[in-house]
Design a protein around this ligand. Structure first.
Ligand SMILES: [Zn+2]
Length: 309
């Protein structure tokens, strides 16, 4: 399996997962890890223990075809909804949305900037959601977010053509760190793709074709207990009918890979909106949060999103 996967290049790789985690995620033995290392899986040895990048482990698990690695189980559970009737995805749905902002090694009171949920444009509602007060080290944001859905498929033949051209190009979906995804030319040059990188490239192609388009980040809900921290992005584009559409290109691609009975959901991803996504004000390659303390370390943003009912 390792031969068809592009591992995370050294400049974006963080080998902080010990071999015991790798064996558990991939449900395999030490000899199997030896074989992956021989096939090129990057690692660092610290205190005699091999350490790996979590993105590489996720991607290896996804493509292992063993049906029992943790990534395969997590993705199957996460995308179970995609094989069900899509009407459930078009109803109003309330989420308890909590975010913890952390600025590492920070002891200076300074303002926070948080790219908040931006659901009203798409028929949703927001209760609570006060901007975090200036503070040192950490801050919190909380809101009840109601999302909804609407069938608004792309009508422009050119936008549909560009979208299908991308889907048919055969890029391999991989787990890729957010910072590397911003370098979307590097990602696609490796034959790989992921949500943010795909949206940045597709938005650029839409703009080249004369459309107003922008990649935007958001949150993909229903990721139980943080088992899978899946960065979400989609393309917002103004269609020929004058309406703002969202193209969730990577979810269409992932659903197609995970199961063949997800055709209705894949079509929903091409222009329509659905209630498992909370859009944000952040552009495709921006961070969700920033602390104006002057620290060179980026602020960490952790979201906990649960169904409100
Ligand atoms: Zn700070």
């Amino acid at each position: 399996m390792a031969s068809s996967i592009q591992f995370i290049p050294a400049e974006y790789s963080r080998t902080d997962q010990p071999e015991s985690v790798a064996r558990e995620m991939l449900r395999c033995a030490s000899e199997d890890i030896d074989r992956l290392v021989d096939a090129g899986l990057p690692f660092d040895r610290r205190e005699g223990v091999r350490h790996f990048d979590v993105n590489d482990l996720y991607t290896l698990g996804m493509y292992s075809n063993s049906t029992r690695t943790q990534p395969e189980l997590a993705f199957r559970m996460l995308f179970r909804f995609a094989g069900r009737p899509v009407d459930d995805l078009l109803r109003d749905k309330a989420w308890e949305f909590r975010v913890q902002l952390e600025c590492p090694e920070c002891d200076e009171v300074a303002p926070w900037h948080f790219e908040a949920p931006d659901v009203v444009r798409f028929g949703g509602r927001l209760e609570g959601g006060a901007a975090p007060e200036p503070s040192a080290g950490s801050a919190a944001y909380a809101a009840t977010v109601t999302t909804t859905g609407a069938r608004t498929p792309l009508v422009s033949t050119e936008l549909r053509r560009l979208t299908h051209e991308y889907l048919d190009a055969g890029y391999r979906w991989q787990m890729i760190p957010v910072a590397m995804q911003a370098d979307y030319e590097l990602v696609h040059g490796l034959g790989a793709t992921s949500c943010i990188a795909a949206s940045l490239l597709l938005a650029e192609r839409f703009r080249t074709a004369g459309y107003k388009a922008e990649a935007k980040r958001g949150w993909f809900c229903g990721v139980l207990g943080g088992a899978l921290d899946l960065p979400h992005a989609c393309v917002e584009v103004e269609d020929d009918d004058g309406r703002l559409k969202t193209v969730d290109i990577a979810k269409a691609q992932l659903a197609a890979r995970l199961s063949s009975d997800t055709g209705d959901f894949q079509e929903l991803c091409l222009g329509s909106i659905y209630n498992k996504v909370i859009p944000s004000t952040a552009s495709g390659n921006a961070s969700f949060g920033h602390h104006a303390c002057g620290s060179p370390l980026p602020a960490q943003v952790r979201a906990d999103i649960r169904s409100a009912r």
